[in-house]
Design a protein around this ligand. Sequence first.
Ligand code: KG4
Ligand code: ZN
Length: 342
Amino acid sequence: MKILGIESSCDETAAAVVEDGVTMLSSVVSSQVEMHRPYGGVVPELASRKHLEIIAPVVNEALKMAGIDKNQVDAVAVTAGPGLIGALLVGFCFGKSLAYALGVPWVGVDHLDGHIHSVFLQTLFPEFPFITLLASGGHTGIYYVTSHTKVQCLGQTVDDAAGEAFDKVAKMLGMGYPGGKAIAEMAADGDPDKIPFPRSYLDKDAFNFSFSGLKSAVHRYIQTHPEEYLGQIPDIAAAFQEAVVDVLTYKVIRAAAGKKCRRIALVGGVAANQRLNVRVRAAAEKAGAAVFTPSPELCGDNAAMIAAAGYYYLKGQASQAVDLASDVYSRVKSPSSAGTLM
Ligand code: KG4
Ligand code: ZN
């Protein structure tokens, strides 16, 4: 079954063709980063307009790359939320109309389920059950995944997402937007132990996160060392990154131990962070667990992960008719069971 996936929840317009939930035939991601950069973040109105302008060419490109005609698409899967409403609506309405016109099944996919499914697009992917750390610009949480459609949220951020903290700290340090990659590169030349930034574990037994205190600590450091900090940017970047990585590593390893689970997946834009990968892999090795991370292109927002998740949604769905009344949503659905394992 060839599924056309479409993603437009934030600042990437993406389309992809994936066969049977695992074989990626094409993946096209058109990033709006350059357009938003002067504003230091995503401007929702501009994002929607840009999606509208390029959604059709991006979908055509994905079909062309996959070597298929639109009439060979068996179903369409589109991100329904969470995300920016105006941005989501562009891909959602485009996908729904296309499926309706082609007379094929259509399904709205949760963006977080999409990220979780990015690991299945790799040759080596985890068997169920596995623990997932999803860390991106919009979300950070730990999930216990027992099947393609059964995902239990063990905890999530109570304020900023990890990627958001990277972006805000990068902005404070004058590194531009988005900042995750820039901080990681700068941190490579710094000493993570020179400046003691706080780690917020909240309840050490629970899996919620908080990154706003760390972000404020960096801000305070800059304010109280107005001249000095300019010569310490690599050390600040390294110390900040280490503080984020310490907490993410501790919690994902603890979640795996609590569920007696020996498989860990790292997904979302922050999963591209090398230091996070090194630390989680080292800790997992000690615990006898295997770690699965998608390639960097699949860590960030893309439509292949939406098509992959959509395949399993459709398999479990009684009616595959296009539901014309369905709608997008902006906030995370069922934050549900943020809780303690042990
Ligand atoms: O998954 P994604 O593309 O979009 C969302 O769903 O939010 O994640 C983007 C986020 C941004 O905050 C970006 O700064 C962060 O991922 N990011 C990184 C790295 N590469 C991207 N953060 C830390 N280290 C990186 N290498
Ligand atoms: Zn995302």
